[in-house]
Design a protein around this ligand. Sequence first.
Ligand code: IPD
Ligand code: CA
Ligand code: CA
Length: 256
Amino acid sequence: MIEKIINISKEAGEIIRDGFGKHKSVEFKTNSSNLVTEIDKESEKLIINFIEKEFPAHTIIAEETGHLEKNSEYTWIIDPLDGTTNFAHGLPIFSVSIGLLKKNEVVCGVVYDVMNDIVYSSEKGGGSFKNALKISVSTNSNLEESLLVTGFPYDIKNNPHKAIEKFAGFLKAARAIRRLGSAALDMCYVASGIFDGFWEVQINPWDIAAGKLIVEEAGGLVTDFNGKPMDVFSPQMLASNGYIHNSMLQILKLYE
Ligand code: IPD
Ligand code: CA
Ligand code: CA
């Protein structure tokens, strides 16, 4: 299964690489910060066609197409191009993210780092990999020495869930914060030990379905902002190496 998912992620990545710098249309979704290009749609079409051919009985949730319900215990969750803003502006940081759920649990996850041709993958119980290399989270337990990452929802101008205060709180508490623009890659960088933690106040299932498993199988922790277990449909997400999780939860609590 994982090999098939890796192959289709790479094929979708090829569409994106070929289209980088050449896309023709940029449409606005909810507002002028929330973009979609024809390349997002082409990538998604390829992945959906693959699933419909190989696993016609499975449910699909795809960012641009929506919910294709089949009443199956298996659900595919697809972000055909995570990092569309970067893509549309020519910044080479974006990915393809595919997660497979059995009931509500992610059992396979693949994130393809398109421009670096790197596959992050994980199967439940089998560890996480960067290409063939097993990866694990960092061992840093001090928030003051942590490199964190975050992202903002497209309605950040309304400051939902005090996102701006939370961001300011972490700026003061951690060593530094990054905002790369591809949540799926952010998760893989937590899993690889580059980032010690990652939070977002309003995330979508397709941003984190694959990444959640990849972080957990690399030894990390993924919870909601109360430290409770979360599934990929929970909007508030904290992912970390586990060691700084409580310190991060304390900052999130300050700005509820
Ligand atoms: C977005 C990116 C971004 C995150 C947003 C996502 P998109 O996904 O992952 O890093 O901060 O919450 O919506 O729209 O580029 O697929
Ligand atoms: Ca996304
Ligand atoms: Ca997307």
